[in-house]
Design a protein around this ligand. Sequence first.
Ligand code: AMP
Length: 288
Amino acid sequence: MKTLRTIAGVRAHVAAAREAGRSIALVPTMGAFHGGHEALMRAAREQCDEVIVSLFVNPAQFEAAADLDGYPRAEDADAAIAAELGVDALFAPAVEEIYPAGFATTVRVAGLAEVLEGTTRGARHFDGVCTVVCKLFCIVAPDVAFFGQKDAQQVVVVRRMVRDLALPVALQVVPTVRAADGLALSSRNARLDAAERGRAVALARGLEAVRAAVEGGERDVQAVVSAGRAAMTAAGVQPEYLAVVNPETLDVIDEIDGRVLVVVAAQVGPARLIDNVLIDTRQVATHA
Ligand code: AMP
């Protein structure tokens, strides 16, 4: 596996792969790889000829300097994992390569960037995500880019950006990878001590309670959200938000019908955690 540091290096690598008729996958990441990242890399390895993983802790999407400084970094271990999974190239640029002096462009998906995570983190969070993802798409020009369902709003925002700007890339969304007790894997979990790690499962418990209520025939959003909140509180965590939204527009809905996205965020000790589940009432087994 090659490690590439420059845009020119990536362009030369991709040009050679294209010349050889190879399809290109891009897996954008911020590193500190865990099973979630590995699932994305495996999916990319299966579907495309040339797999490029970007590793860039993007300052533009952090609202607090402490969160950026404290973000786990482990490039050597990450490179070993990527090589083991058959990744062809790791693109690990310096900040100045992506944001040279005078960088002045922002990509904003208005509306979608301001709700849910945008309420707490500010719309600038998704501006940072979209700007860097758009730039990575321009640098790599992949056929397919792989994202995790774990960051559901990110998927919705990036999908809209791709549609609005007619970016020539297909998006592939990989299901959330969880620990045995249900906690969604996240680089932020490394910040939890044993007691916090125990309580962190509350997010998954809340989502399970919502699903159970829907499977029990409940269609009123307030009622299912109450069930989810109660399960989280019982597990020792107060949700920052627990909401049922339209999976394309992220609009809050009142009545559950068809496909809905249930999203949750909570602070657990030093880590702000998010999780979500997609529910389709046409597919749930109803036990009512
Ligand atoms: P990050 O390095 O946290 O920016 O994540 C890079 C990619 O991995 C994003 O598309 C995430 O949605 C995805 N990802 C992170 N955690 C998981 C997980 N537990 N399951 C599936 N995908 C994940």
